[in-house]
Design a protein. Structure first.
Lengths: 714, 435
């Protein structure tokens, strides 16, 4: 099986670029890649960008006005204008344009003016007057313009396609290598292009380039502009053009062949359609009309002039195969291998739809954030640094002071005061409500141009809510100490004091950091993303995500803390060891039909956050009885139920919080607090890389209710 | 979209060109009573095709009786297949010289081209062939909005040189040429033509005829213009001769379709021939597949195969549109066999096969006529299409028993067509035996 490809600077596309922009071609010989750009990111543009990349095209960036700064297919940057794209990626050599006909002209002219040598204009139904404006500009810049209304261009040896052509085209194969030789095909119609390549491949004839010139009546580069150019490319052995009735492109080509035979050193075979078309009727292509009495545009006028110019004209697939075969006298690959390659496509399973995330890779027993294992982040980095990493992909270098200042400012800025939280017990609901009410956060998020600033400010705000929730507002206001760090303020806000032992401050921050993110699947992340997909405000989407954190998801720490405390208390009261008491308590709890909180995980059998938190609690002197119970609870559970249920991060946090002797409600509070960092990253990734109103698993919805019935009278 | 002469003239009038006074547009002689007419007048059949004069579609009348006779005769005419529904009555102008003037698109370079000749009033292509020196032609390179005076002057100079009778009308000629150009650019026409442009005895320049073909692609932004001449901008005018019922149906559903048989609803089939309907993919292959069916028929079946339609089923048709394409051909009395091809580029094999199967299941349940289908699908979304097709065959084998779709390109389309036709003849002969 041949897997390789021809080097880009040996193929026909490179040759075309070199003919008009030698300096750009020079760059390609250095970079060894041909950069392309996609203009117009509607449904078709976006979908075919993906298919082009899968085929092997280097899609460097996209252009969509109003979407500058976002990404398409998760990683491809999008710019507001072609010029901006070129400024950032000066080596772009090919652009495809997928804009609606009402905006195609401006987009195309902008691309041409930016100096890109090869422009593929997919858009159809462009007004003729607009096409003329485009052509004026294209001539000025010597642009090779394919289209409008072209399916695109494809270069099988290099594995590059620009456009929407199906993946059926075949390159030459020499031993185990891909070769550059073959026939070059040009066609006005897309489907004919495919049918011709298909016919030739069935006879072992490779295509080194397949070029759709466009089906419209007025197009950019015509046969007469392109055929002599591709004949100059030494690897092209023969050129096939597919023409059709209407217009005079074929006649022009023939006239040029007669006037300048030296420009046409290779054999030309023309397949002309429309021998049996009725006169006076307009066929689907704007160009394909036969008007009575014209001396061009008919099947016969095309056939006769082309034959006079030395081309062979055919009108049937089998004739095409026979003529090309006899003119070449060779094949380019084993036909049987070709059918084997194609069979893989016929038999391929349809791909499941996917969407990518760059934030967190969730694997059993491993959590990797932006490439870094979470347990190492917990051990070595602070909350703000981790929040920055989640949102920007790298750790902050110089930015940390600014983040710290933003978080401190957020802590100082006014908070809506009329929300009475005295009777609220659910910390997630309190934070969610504060988020919705927070005008300062709302305007900060709208005005900030950088998600790393938003997340720093948001963390400061959430700390402010928590400080209020845990009644520590006065302690922050009355603080005498200068130069207090955000880490210290976290401790003060949540617990009500600043311990002298730094390892305690570090421990609480580490617990929060352990909760920052768990990929795209947790309900809190999904709730945030669904709201983000409707382009809801940041604080609204974050509130939704926060309120998805319940006992079922992320909120088990509080109950786990209470459970560990009860085990310790029982052991002391009954003077029994922890192991036995844990076993008995679990047995009684299960008997009463209740859950043991803090055990079990959907994905991890050994939670990657467990050991690092146990270690840090040890260092801070907080690994006491509850932590001890947390280490043996899994075994005790096994004795009751015969099932392995590992301790999860909620359980570990609950145990440490319990040993710290602080309010068990803090266990859920730290989870929500930490998760603010991750939810912010989820929100911005959705906004910046995914289409609005993204279709989430539409196909899986099945209605199973009653079938249609009549509404009862009264 | 081609405009009727009276509409084109109204447009030219808006651009400051002088046109004969339009008296009425009538559909029958009774309507004449509503107008007071000063004779002589010109009576002109409003059809969207040239060559009316020779076909009797343009007459002069000196009084009302003559007018009535001419109109009732004219309403019976059919000009190149176009029936006459509207007749324009306008002021007759006396003629001193006839000029040809047009602004169109150069078919070679797609630039604007202006053509002028002092030999107007006749078939200009004939003049171009016989006496090319009598034609002045200028390509406008920059797609400018207004015609530079210097070019108009050049045209005027040529015209005056060709016909000294035009001397003294230079200024009027120049403005007319510039106005016509301006009209062409402003209304976004493909063709603006005046033949003849008349110089009257009192030296007025009058557009005695007018032809305007608008660019269908720009109609969406020409709404004010279209409304001003009484055309509903949202209903694209169908400007081929007379639509067959199937053409009309396809037009309403929204896909390009043409019958290749004349009057297909009344068509008498020849017993030994096989009539093939085509659902071929894009427009280009739509044209080519007609050739392929004829070629295969001529080579292997003694020329006894007749393609019955052109269809552009490409682009990205919806499920129901795909189903309608097959319904249309299965409702067509001529169809013996349907050949179909889906080479998915922008369009999806999946939507195609779902639509096709939807139509067959629907017809089967409603006991409508079923026609054997031969075809092939390759390209975009093939995997999903194949899975759906296989499942559909298991679930409802009966409606799909005469559906022969090759999945993938194990056979080239020409061979699939050949197989289909062979099968079609086989079925036809079996049916013959049964009867």
């Amino acid at each position: 099986m041949v897997e390789g490809k021809l080097k880009p600077d040996q193929g026909l596309l490179y040759y075309l670029i070199k003919e008009i922009r030698p300096e750009l071609a020079e760059q390609i010989t250095k970079t060894k890649t041909i950069e392309t750009m996609i203009v117009g990111l509607g449904r078709q543009g976006t979908r075919h960008a993906q298919l082009m990349m899968e085929y092997g095209t280097n899609v460097t960036c996209g252009v969509a006005p109003g979407r500058g700064g976002t990404k398409v297919h998760e990683t491809i940057p999008v710019y507001d204008s072609a010029q901006e794209a070129i400024n950032n990626h000066p080596n772009i050599a090919v652009a495809s344009i997928w804009r609606h006909y009402s905006t195609a002209k401006d987009a195309t002219i902008e691309v041409i003016k930016s100096g890109i040598p090869i422009v593929v204009l997919i858009s159809e139904f462009i007004p003729l007057k607009d096409v003329r404006d485009i052509l004026v500009e294209a001539r000025k810049h010597k642009t090779i313009l394919f289209g409008g209304n072209t399916p695109g261009i494809i270069f099988p040896p290099e594995g590059i396609k620009i456009g929407m052509l199906p993946d059926i085209f075949q390159a030459q194969i020499v031993g185990e290598e891909v070769g550059a030789k073959g026939v070059t095909i040009l066609s006005r119609s897309g489907a004919i292009l495919y049918h011709m390549s298909d016919a030739l491949a069935s006879a072992g004839i490779a295509q080194n380039g397949v070029l759709g010139v466009g089906g419209d009546g007025a197009i950019g580069s015509r046969f007469v502009d392109l055929v002599s150019l591709v004949m100059k490319y030494e690897e092209t052995d023969l050129v096939v053009v597919a023409g059709e009735i209407g217009g005079m492109q074929e006649e022009l080509l023939a006239q040029d062949m007669i006037a300048h035979p030296e420009k046409y050193p290779k054999p030309l075979v023309a397949l002309i359609s429309g021998a049996n078309a009725p006169e006076g009727k307009t066929m689907g292509h704007a160009g394909a009309v036969i008007a009575p009495g014209q001396n061009y545009g008919t099947f016969n006028s095309k056939k006769e002039t082309l034959e006079k110019a030395g081309a062979t004209v055919v009108n049937h697939q089998r004739d095409l195969i026979e003529v090309v075969k006899s003119k070449l006298g060779k094949t380019y690959f084993e036909i049987e291998d070709y059918y084997n390659r194609m069979r893989k496509k016929w038999d391929a399973k349809s791909p499941e739809p996917t969407w990518g995330t760059l934030i967190t890779n969730v694997m059993p027993n491993n959590l990797i954030i932006r490439g870094y294992p979470l347990q190492e982040i917990i051990a070595r980095k602070g909350l703000l640094e981790t929040a920055y990493l989640l949102n920007k992909g790298e750790f902050p270098v110089k930015q940390i002071a600014e983040l710290e200042n933003l978080a401190l400012k957020a802590l100082k800025d006014e908070l809506f005061n009329d929300y009475n939280i005295l009777n609220e017990t659910d910390v997630a609901k309190v934070i969610g409500t504060f988020l919705l009410l927070d005008d300062n956060l709302s305007s900060f998020a709208r005005e900030a141009n950088d998600e790393s600033k938003v997340v720093a400010y948001a963390l400061g705000r959430v700390l402010k809510y928590l400080t209020k929730f845990f009644n520590n507002e006065d302690k922050i206001i009355n603080l005498q100490k200068e130069d207090v760090s955000f880490s210290e303020l976290i401790y003060l806000g949540l617990v009500g004091e600043i311990p002298s032992d730094v390892s305690k401050i570090k421990l609480l921050e580490a617990i929060i950091t352990a909760c920052v993110d768990h990929g795209v699947t947790p309900p809190s992340a999904q709730a945030t993303r669904i709201l983000a997909s409707t382009r809801a405000n940041y604080e609204v989407a974050l509130s939704a995500g926060t309120q998805a954190i319940t006992d079922v998801h992320g909120g088990a720490g509080q109950k786990a803390a209470e459970f560990f405390l009860s085990v310790v208390k029982n052991a002391k009261e009954n003077n029994k060891d922890l192991d036995e008491t844990a076993f008995e308590t679990i047995r009684e709890t299960i008997k009463a039909g209740k859950r043991i909180e803090g055990l079990g995980h959907r994905i991890h059998t050994q939670d990657p956050r467990r050991d690092v938190l146990w270690d840090l609690s040890e260092k801070a002197g907080y690994a006491k009885e509850c932590v001890a119970v947390s280490k043996l609870v899994s075994d005790a559970f096994y004795r009751v139920r015969g099932m392995n249920l590992p301790i999860n991060v909620d359980g570990v946090i609950g145990a440490i919080i319990a040993d710290m002797g602080i309010n068990p409600k803090l266990a859920k509070a730290v989870f929500v607090f930490g998760r603010i960092a991750g939810l912010t990253a989820q929100y911005y990734e959705e906004i910046n890389t995914q289409p609005q109103m993204r279709r989430l698993a539409f196909d899986r919805a099945v209605y199973k209710g009653p079938s249609i019935r009549e509404v009862p009278q009264n | 979209m081609r405009l009727y002469e009276y509409e084109a003239k109204q447009i030219f009038g808006k651009f400051g060109m002088r046109i004969p006074q339009q008296i009425a547009i009538v559909e029958n002689i009774e309507q004449l009573d509503d107008f007071s007419i000063s004779f002589p007048i010109m009576i002109k059949a409003m059809v969207l095709i040239g060559g009316r004069g020779k076909a009797g579609g343009i007459k002069k009348a000196k009084n009302i009786d003559e007018t009535k006779t001419i109109i009732s005769e004219m309403l019976k005419l059919s000009i190149h297949g176009y029936s006459i529904e509207k007749i324009l009555l306008e002021e007759a102008v006396n003629i001193s010289s006839e000029i040809y003037l047009s602004v169109t698109t150069d078919p070679a370079t797609f630039d604007i081209v202006i053509v002028a000749s002092a030999s107007g009033g006749v078939d200009i292509e004939e003049v171009a062939r016989q006496n090319p020196e009598k034609i002045w032609k200028k390509i406008i390179l920059e797609n400018v909005k207004e015609l530079p005076g210097i070019i108009a002057d050049e045209a005027v100079e040529f015209l005056v040189k060709s016909d000294s009778n035009l001397m003294g009308s230079e200024n009027q000629l120049k403005t007319t040429i510039q106005s016509l150009y301006s009209a062409f650019q402003t209304v976004e026409a493909k063709i603006c033509e005046i033949n003849p442009l008349i110089v009257s005895e009192d030296k007025n320049i009058i557009a005695a005829d007018a032809k305007v073909v608008l660019d269908d692609n720009s109609l969406y932004r020409q709404e004010p213009l279209l409304k001003s001449i009484g055309i509903d901008p949202r209903s694209k005018r169908h400007d081929i001769s007379e639509q067959t019922i199937f053409e009309d149906k396809a037009y309403r559903i929204g896909f390009p379709y043409l019958d290749l048989l004349d009057e297909p609803e009344k068509f008498e089939k020849e017993k030994d021939k096989l009539y093939v309907g085509l659902v071929p993919g894009g427009a280009g292959y739509g044209i080519f597949s007609i050739d392929e069916v004829v070629n295969v028929g001529n080579r292997y079946f003694n020329g006894k195969v007749v393609p019955i339609n052109f269809m552009d089923s490409g682009g990205g048709p919806s499920l129901s549109k795909v189903a309608d394409m097959f319904h249309l051909l299965m409702d067509h009395p001529a169809t013996d066999l349907i050949i179909t091809s889906r080479f998915g580029g922008i369009s999806s094999c999946d939507i195609f096969i779902r639509g096709l199967i939807m139509s067959l299941r629907d017809r089967y349940t409603k006991r409508k006529r079923m026609i054997p289908i031969f075809g092939r699908m390759v390209g975009t979304d093939l995997a999903a299409a194949r899975e759906y097709f296989e499942k559909a065959k298991r679930e409802t084998p009966e409606p799909l028993k005469d559906l022969h779709i090759v999945v993938g390109n194990k056979k080239i389309m020409a061979d699939v067509i050949k197989d289909g036709i062979e099968y079609g003849f086989k079925i036809k002969s079996q049916d013959g035996i049964k009867r």
